[in-house]
Ligand binder design. Sequence first.
Ligand SMILES: C=CC1=C(C)c2cc3[nH]c(cc4nc(cc5[nH]c(cc1n2)c(C)c5CCC(=O)O)C(CCC(=O)O)=C4C)c(C)c3C=C
Ligand SMILES: [Fe+2]
Length: 504
Amino acid sequence: MNCPAMSASASSSCSYSTFRPRHPRVLLPHDSQRSVQFSRLHSEAASDGWGEKTQPQPQPPLRLLGKQSLPLRAVVTTSSSSNISTSDEIEKVGVLLLNLGGPETLDDVQPFLFNLFADPDIIRLPPLFQFLQKPLAQFISVARAPKSKEGYASIGGGSPLRRITDSQAEELSKCLSEKNVPAKVYVGMRYWHPFTEEAIEQIKTDGITKLVVLPLYPQFSISTSGSSLRLLEKIFREDEYLVNMQHTVIPSWYQREGYITAMANLIQNELGKFDSPSQVVIFFSAHGVPLAYVEEAGDPYKAEMEECVDLIMEELDKRNITNAYTLAYQSRVGPVEWLKPYTEEAITELGKKGVENLLAVPISFVSEHIETLEEIDVEYKELALSSGIKNWGRVPALGTEPLFISDLADAVVESLPYVGAMAVSNLEARQSLVPLGSVEELLATYDSQRRELPAPVTMWEWGFTRSAETWNGRAAMLAVLALLVLEVTTGKGFLHQWGILPSS
Ligand SMILES: C=CC1=C(C)c2cc3[nH]c(cc4nc(cc5[nH]c(cc1n2)c(C)c5CCC(=O)O)C(CCC(=O)O)=C4C)c(C)c3C=C
Ligand SMILES: [Fe+2]
């Protein structure tokens, strides 16, 4: 492929001089690249892990992962080649792309949903009830599968995510070679094949000695990159080979110049398809998360999303594109409160206000998937047209867009000097929304106490609350389970009423 020459240095020297972020940040040369290590650094989590979302204070003590405590080795390598010879060893560089995964056939839908709902970063039960995680996941996945299957059936019978992620991996590998950094690129999915565990096995078989971990989510969320990194941390902890493998993590990259430019290009291109481009409202639609992830657990997702939108609008502004724009959150599951405004409400509202031209921009994910192809292209489009919007457009997901892939390659190249080294200075660590440090610390900062979060689906809202715990939660749970059984056998009940389960 054509791998545009936006070099690492060009990219890192970018500065968004007129941008005024909501969270004070100092833009440093390495701002476009934040990389963290799993095991060697300790950048301090917020004092209680809850409130301090923007300015975690670094602390020196090192916490080591794994079965052995290894001495810290500050090995700084150059990035001119991935087969780097440090002493007498040849280094083999790998890049692990982390993604969500999606069912490839309709038969995969229920087991895929089971894996998703069995993830404690998606549904977090109080410690007392963690033994119910799998039975609940089984219940919800079976109950939700028919509705989900309809969605996947309408987009061709399965998710395109694996195919697209594989193409991204292939293009990234080619692009890295063109930048003189040959590296093998692996795909590790969280909830479907190829699972992260499978990718890790391959990494071991291939004898990779330096690994760059790159979640394919531009913005960090506990529920996405956080979940994948937590799994990876567990795998690393338990494996002798991996404990000794040098690695670095790029936790989020929404602020990189190449990514922002590529998004702005796509938007500019779609705007050009309207009769009156300047009259179009640019409608950023991000995947939502339950509000409690942000407000209680300190998920930086919302802050990063808002900053990302601001950066894209700054870039468009430089091109004299000054359209009105808005950000809303889609794909809510269950009735607990998620980030607002909700996409459907925002669309209706804009229609009522007389907006006639709307351009939807999926912003939280870089591949086409069920929520772009079905939810946005079908459901939201219909809603928009029936709300008075006359002209509708949608920006495609980035996929293998060359500038974007090139920017990811630059991100990898820039992170290589940090692999196995003290990756970042305290100063750098302080100015990130997602702090730098080991994954352990990264997760701890936002999620230190792994507090109970309101689940995105309702049943434990009712039965798994702290008060339920206090006055004999087990009894409450038994009641909930009885209700669930009733609901499944009769097809009626509160889950159906609230629309969690499809009515038969
Ligand atoms: C940044 C992206 C995403 C966030 C944040 C996220 C949070 C989140 N998702 C669910 C529940 C479901 N997600 C499902 C599919 C799905 N989710 C994302 C991305 C994010 N999720 C993608 C890309 C996909 C689609 C994959 C594909 O197959 O194409 C599903 C399954 C589909 C469905 O039944 O609707 C569920 C369920 C929760 C609860 C959550 C935050 C807590
Ligand atoms: Fe999701």
